[in-house]
Design a protein around this ligand. Structure first.
Ligand SMILES: [Zn+2]
Length: 60
């Protein structure tokens, strides 16, 4: 609960500017959040706001 993906244009534009804080690689939108294409950490998106914090990330 509380975790919802809002697939609006704003989020997609924002994602283009975001990078994984660990390896500075771009992230991609998946159903469970934003996944780093390099280390595969998944950052949650809560109410349409990406949470790019290492302590909030999950590993797949
Ligand atoms: Zn990464």
């Amino acid at each position: 609960m509380g975790k919802r993906i809002s697939a609006g244009n704003n989020l997609e534009r924002l994602i283009e500017k975001l990078a994984c804080p660990v390896c500075k690689t771009k992230v991609e939108l998946i159903s469970s959040g934003l996944r780093c294409t390099k280390c595969r950490r998944v950052y949650p998106v809560i109410d349409g706001i990406p949470v790019m914090l290492v302590e909030e990330a999950r590993s797949e």
